[in-house]
Design a protein around this ligand. Structure first.
Ligand SMILES: *[C@@H]1O[C@H](CO)[C@@H](O)[C@H](O)[C@H]1NC(C)=O
Length: 252
């Protein structure tokens, strides 16, 4: 039965793509097994169906002076190897490098551009540079977003838009300020590093990485495996980060 279904799926590939065309949802190649969990592969798996760099880091920043007072902002979404090593430092596909992410996103979707300005500010004042760097170094390493994965319906920059939408959506889903606040951790005081870690663990069920500048909280990173192409499932981080002892959580 499974074989028959796959055969029908293969035969139906072209017409299914036509149906998918025109929606902005992920056009999952329909030969993919959507239950596959990254880094838990058995046998070979198409890199269009499951991200090759399957342990993904979402790094969120706490920077006084940047972003809303009650929101963490985005540093980036970084595909790592399953053993927690970085993907290639210069990115994974230099044919898609760009230094024009701001105008690409603004032209494709001005709502998304607005969200990025609010939730993904650069602390050096140049958002375009920051976003372009993140795309070139990390976004091009998301194997499921390769243009060839979309087949003939690929539209220029669809991969770029999907990457940034994914990062924005993950930040919304993991409301770190809210999780801390719910557990009595609010800006303007010192907390033991384990109190901060436990507050997030009790909300989201996984250990996070806590990084500090001096004794001041500056960044929280979450790790994910990915089910299918784009269902992010949180998992424990492999490194605790550099915060120690009493950590100051500054007011923005
Ligand atoms: C534009 O971006 C917004 C916010 O990221 C998103 O909700 C919306 O679906 C996008 N619109 C289109 C047409 O893709």
């Amino acid at each position: 039965m499974k074989l028959l279904t796959s055969l029908i799926a293969l035969v139906g590939f072209t017409s299914a793509q036509l149906i998918i065309q025109g929606t902005d949802s992920l056009s999952e190649p329909d030969y993919c097994d959507t239950t596959t969990l990254s880094c838990h592969w058995t046998g070979s798996v198409d890199a269009c169906c499951s991200p090759k760099y399957g342990l993904v880091v979402l790094a969120l920043q706490w920077m006084p002076g940047f972003g809303p007072n009650d929101e963490f902002t985005i540093h980036g979404l970084w595909p790592d190897t399953c053993s927690g090593r970085m993907a290639p430092g210069r990115g994974c596909d230099n044919s898609r490098n760009t230094n024009q992410i701001a105008s690409i996103v603004r032209n494709m979707n001005s709502t998304m551009y607005g969200r990025m300005n609010t939730f993904w500010p650069s602390n050096k004042g140049d958002n375009n540079w920051f976003w372009s760097h993140e795309w070139t170094k990390h976004g091009t390493c998301v194997s499921t977003l390769r243009p060839t994965c979309y087949g003939p319906t690929y539209k220029k920059y669809q991969d770029v838009i999907e990457y940034f939408e994914q990062v924005l959506d993950l930040r919304d889903r993991f409301d770190l300020f809210g999780a801390l606040n719910l557990n009595g951790v609010s800006p303007g005081r010192h907390y033991n590093v384990e109190t901060i870690r436990d507050a997030i663990k009790s909300t989201y069920g996984a250990n996070v990485k806590l990084d500090c500048h001096g004794n001041q909280l500056s960044e929280i990173s979450l790790n994910f495996y990915v089910r299918g192409r784009d269902k992010y499932e949180i998992t424990n981080v492999q490194r605790a980060g550099n915060c120690r002892g009493a950590v100051y959580y500054p007011k923005k």
